[in-house]
Design a binder for this molecule. Structure first.
Ligand code: FER
Length: 263
């Protein structure tokens, strides 16, 4: 894989990709709670179980992160990921996976209220690394029928969550083989810190995906990361798409990224 014009992702998702279809099998999306040793309290997340979820089978897991203005319900409220994913299953375009929608603001009051750029709130987005690795992943792996190991885990997110996915994923390549940053925000580490060892990253990654809408004011962040990866020959998918810092872009990203993982 390299930084390519992939025919399957050049184009926007086909019309109807996000529309409820009658007569197809549906997955389930629900709220869960886990204890966070990182934060010292119970925390909420959402989980999508694919159509026909069965304990007789072991699933891959995609952890899908929200932006600075959201919480664990942001994807659910704005994008209807269960509709996009159910449609892809019906068309046999997805590997079997559970999708976990965490709250990436790891602090006691993790609601998206007040000044979202407060330093304690920005720090909470950093502290989420420990919450994810030490608390949420172990909870999911002991309560659901999932496969264990880096090839079976993907991490992706939008904007602030895109920065988190790149920062956390690329610093923990022993935990994640599939990583995606959608319209990643300025919390994204500088490329030299993000990928200090391009050869190691190239060898370990199954997929590194960077995407951004061409009208997005934060596109310089993704441009900078992409340029560094190019310069250092780190294979990745670079997907520039029409649109702004907004849901049509992130729904399109989920549609494409989800089809590429766990292959
Ligand atoms: C910033 C601008 C935008 C920033 C974060 C964002 C941490 C996040 C945007 C989003 O999540 O939508 O300067 O700095």
């Amino acid at each position: 894989m390299s930084s390519i014009d992939h025919d399957s992702i050049r184009n926007a998702a086909p019309l109807g990709f996000d529309q409820n279809r009658e007569d197809i099998a549906r997955g389930k999306i629900e709220s869960i709670e886990y204890f966070s040793t990182t934060v010292g309290c119970k925390r909420k997340a959402m989980i999508y179980l694919p159509p026909g979820y069965s304990e007789d089978f072991s699933y891959n897991v995609l952890y899908l992160l929200h932006g600075i203005g959201g919480d664990e319900e942001e994807w659910y409220k704005h994008a209807g990921p269960q509709v996009i994913l159910d449609n892809l299953y019906a068309d046999r375009k997805l590997a079997p996976m559970i999708v976990v929608l965490p709250n990436g603001r790891a602090m006691a009051n993790d609601r998206a209220v007040g000044d979202l750029f407060d330093s304690d709130k920005l720090k909470a987005f950093e502290d989420f690394e420990s919450d994810l690795l030490q608390d949420l992943i172990p909870y999911i792996e002991s309560n659901y029928s999932v496969q264990i190991g880096r090839e079976k885990r993907a991490l992706a997110g939008l904007s602030m969550g895109g920065g988190q996915s790149l920062n956390i994923g690329l610093a923990n390549l022993d935990r994640f083989a599939w990583i995606g940053g959608f319209s990643s925000a300025p919390n994204t580490k500088e490329p030299e810190l993000l990928v200090p060892n391009p050869e190691e990253a190239s060898a370990k990654l199954s997929l590194l995906w960077l995407s951004c809408g061409v009208l997005d004011n934060l596109k310089h962040v993704s441009d900078r990361t992409h340029a560094y990866l190019e310069r250092n020959n780190v294979p990745h998918i670079w997907y520039e798409e029409s649109g702004d810092h907004d849901w049509p872009v992130w729904k399109n990203d989920l549609y494409h990224f989800s089809q590429l993982i766990f292959r």
